[in-house]
Design a protein. Structure first.
Length: 128
């Protein structure tokens, strides 16, 4: 995942107020090693977390409706395909067919009422 660099301004994603704790995620496009992919950011227990929208079990998008990733109890990220469960704070598998896998995390931050994500060597903004 890597920590954000203080000289890196980050990529603006949304207003901090757009991410309600345990609510709908913001889904966005990224490039992973030159290929287009979807990612998401959500607020869980006050912290903004971000992951690639790709289940460890089957590399498919996980939301059951656009931006809906949490289970009915709003405790775990749940893949809509086979019910794999992930700990929101670190992306590790806690149940279902994901084994000992872990979601691919993105570095996230907040500054001046804005949610930011920080590209890495493998995950970059979509180039036009």
């Amino acid at each position: 995942m890597g920590e954000p660099h203080f000289d890196d301004p980050g990529q603006p994603l949304c207003a901090s107020s757009d991410l309600e704790d345990g609510g709908r995620a913001v889904v966005f496009d990224v490039e992973v090693k030159g290929e287009s992919a979807r990612a998401f950011a959500l607020r869980f227990e006050g912290q903004v977390v971000g992951y690639l929208n790709r289940c460890v079990h089957v590399p498919a998008e996980m939301d059951w409706q656009e931006g809906q990733f949490l289970d009915g109890d709003k405790r775990f990220i749940m893949c809509s395909i086979h019910g794999a469960l992930y700990e929101p704070s670190d992306g590790r598998c806690v149940g279902g067919p994901c084994g000992k896998g872990q979601l691919t995390a993105l570095s996230m931050g907040e500054r001046d009422g804005q949610v930011l994500w920080y590209p890495s060597s493998d995950i970059r903004p979509v180039s036009f």
